[in-house]
Design a protein around this ligand. Sequence first.
Ligand SMILES: [Zn+2]
Length: 266
Amino acid sequence: MIDSHCHFDFEVFDDGRSETLQQCAAAGVDGVLIPGTHPGQWASLLALVAQPDLPCKLWAAVGWHPWWVADSNADVEREDHLNEHGFKERLAHHLGSSSVVAIGECGLDGSLDTPVDKQLPVFEWQLQLAEAFNLPLILHAHKAHNEVLQQLSRFKPAAGGVIHGFSGSLELAQQYWRLGFYLGVGGTITYERAKKTRRAIAGMPLDSLLLETDAPDMPLSGFQGQPNTPLRLPLVAQCLADLKELPLTEIQKQTDQNTRQIFALS
Ligand SMILES: [Zn+2]
């Protein structure tokens, strides 16, 4: 199984990162895709995934996450504030690396203090680069699905991608799938109360689904209050098997194949 979305470069994993990778391999999690969050993180992320002889394969995406875009207006990247040209140049520089398999995490988030229209330009730059480099996108869409769908219909990114941590209705899931976007299935489906999302995921073809943890975020039901870990991916897979009333092996095999296909992983 591959964890298609895990912030494994975050500080919370600093103590015991290699042990966790060993445990992942033992638990059947043989690959982890780590999304980009902001330009200041890309170099260290690429150094992490390029380490030789890791027990578990790591890949990277580079991108600017809406939370960090919002932050940059305040403080985080003030000293290194990037305009369109500077940003694209820096991103394009990293897109040539063989461990970079996607652009993201990028998108729009309607729950932030920074309004969606202020986040939009940085998202558009990344959609343009996805087109130029023919790379898939890792999308973050929260309380802004209409705006994200509008941009996808406008840019029609040919290499598609994934709408990560999907939560929403069957109709919304189908809209993304029709535009060439897989649905990232994570801890949300482990909550009984997430009825709409569980129904949506149960109703979508297995061909359209990827497994993810979004660790250290999105704790699974029963693990609230603890940092999430890629070691919980098998529990997400089991929950998906129960929801779809399919054998666990079929879930593992098909989601692995989907992830390898969309990100052209070898
Ligand atoms: Zn994320």
